[in-house]
Design a protein around this ligand. Structure first.
Ligand SMILES: Cc1ncc(C[n+]2csc(CCOP(=O)(O)OP(=O)(O)O)c2C)c(N)n1
Ligand SMILES: [Mg+2]
Length: 398
């Protein structure tokens, strides 16, 4: 078995081979050796010849969505603690990825999100209440995927990548100019579905952008136990598509890098793989205790890199944002949070018979039998509720 030479390793790390003057076809597929950054953690512009900085208006409007995204995360967390939602996988700290993934798409495009991408789904235009009712557990699915071209949020890891490739392939066969953006986490890159999706997309040259949010954890598993590739974006070259890595807390860089990948896919350039380096600031979900596998210091280190803070500093320094502007964004976010609160605080009448609806057009014989059994039980309970205790009815035990 041959092993990689130092020159191979150098190439993999994005350096030019000794003596080479032009990038070769394969080095052109390699990501930058460090994540692309257009605004640093102190809110200052960093020039990059390859990636233009979005204009001030676009950044300001995207910042407003960032503020709303943060508010949605906070509100949803509070509602879980109040028992109004069963679970919420928060994207706190990852909101720049969430906003950028939605904003770079046109109406005819498709977004394929994961369970963590609620803010991206809402940014794309889906009613927040329709998204969050799924997590309350009283309905089978909250929103119509066709209305805003947003697939249902996938909980099985990486399955959505295959679905996304299928939709992109179909769009290409139909001659449509649709681009599909498919999201996944760092942990999901270890799934077989990840490999199948990327390979198919590359071989059939379909218009899809794979967008990995590397938040350094798959529940309690740190990235170093997930992959020892130089970066997750480096995996792209193995499939023959370009890879790029970007600072996932830099909204401007995300808009630029993802925007170029989407344009490229729309222009017939085929798929690409973008890895955003970010951090999951909170536990995996409310059901997880993150203090068991990482220290408070680890988390603290990411606080100054916060995506909302960084954009606020940048926009304020340019006089694009002032106190009034900040208040108006914050009021907007508050009114969305209030609508979520009011909607989820309503007591819902749950009809258990609906368990048997909306999955099969024609129920199987077992389902018909179980539905009948449930109907009888409910009728018995209803009749029992009308009786007085101790009236001698059958089944009335001491
Ligand atoms: C196929 C499959 N295997 C295992 C799980 C259990 N599981 C749920 S979330 C998760 C971690 C995923 O981590 P990552 O892809 O990095 O996404 P993140 O939660 O960090 O956003 C696992 C293993 C699952 N949902 N689906
Ligand atoms: Mg992760």
């Amino acid at each position: 078995m041959s092993t990689a030479t130092n020159e191979d390793r150098g190439r993999l790390m994005g350096e030019m081979p000794i003596g080479a003057t032009e990038p070769t076809a394969d080095t052109a597929l390699l990501p930058s050796s460090t994540p692309v950054q257009l605004i640093d953690a102190d809110g200052r512009h960093v020039h990059d010849d390859r990636y233009p900085l979005p204009d001030g208006e676009s950044l300001l409007s995207a910042y407003g969505r960032l503020v709303t995204g943060r508010r949605i995360n906070d509100q949803a967390n509070a509602l879980v603690r109040q028992g109004r939602m069963a679970v919420y996988p928060s994207s706190h700290g990852q909101e720049a990825c969430q906003v950028a993934a939605a904003v770079v798409l046109d109406d005819q495009d498709w977004l394929f999100p994961t369970y963590r991408d609620t803010v991206a789904v809402i940014t794309r235009g889906v009613d927040p209440l329709e998204v969050l009712t799924l997590l309350r557990g009283d309905w089978h699915g909250g929103y119509d995927p066709y209305e805003h071209r947003v697939a249902t949020q996938a909980t099985p890891l990486a399955t959505q990548l295959l679905h996304a490739v299928g939709v992109a392939h179909a769009a290409k066969l139909r001659g449509e100019s649709t681009v599909v953006l498919a999201m996944c986490g760092d942990g999901a890159t270890s799934e077989g579905d990840f490999h199948e999706a990327l390979n198919f997309a590359a071989v059939f040259h379909v218009p899809v952008v794979f967008f990995i949010q590397n938040n350094e954890f798959a529940i309690s598993v740190p990235l170093k136990h997930q992959s020892v590739a130089p970066s997750l974006a480096h995996k792209a070259i193995g499939y023959g598509m370009p890879g790029e890595r970007v600072d996932g807390n830099d909204l401007a860089a995300l808009l630029s890098v993802l925007g170029i990948a989407v344009d490229r896919a729309r222009d017939g350039g085929g798929p690409s793989l973008i890895e955003a380096h970010t951090y999951r600031m909170q536990a995996h979900t409310n059901a997880d205790d993150a203090t068991r596998y990482r220290s408070a210091d680890d988390v603290e280190r990411w606080v100054p890199r916060d995506p909302v803070l960084r954009m606020r500093t940048y926009l304020t320094a340019l006089n694009l944002l002032d106190g009034d502007g900040e208040r108006s964004f914050s009021d907007q976010a508050d009114s969305i949070a209030a609508a979520i609160r009011n909607g989820l605080n309503l007591e819902v009448e749950v009809n258990p018979a609906e368990l048997f609806e909306y999955v099969y057009a024609e129920k199987t014989s077992q389902l018909r039998e179980q539905a009948e059994q449930l109907r009888e039980e409910l009728a018995r309970d209803a009749a029992g509720a009308g009786e007085q205790p101790g009236d001698g009815t059958e089944g009335d035990t001491p």
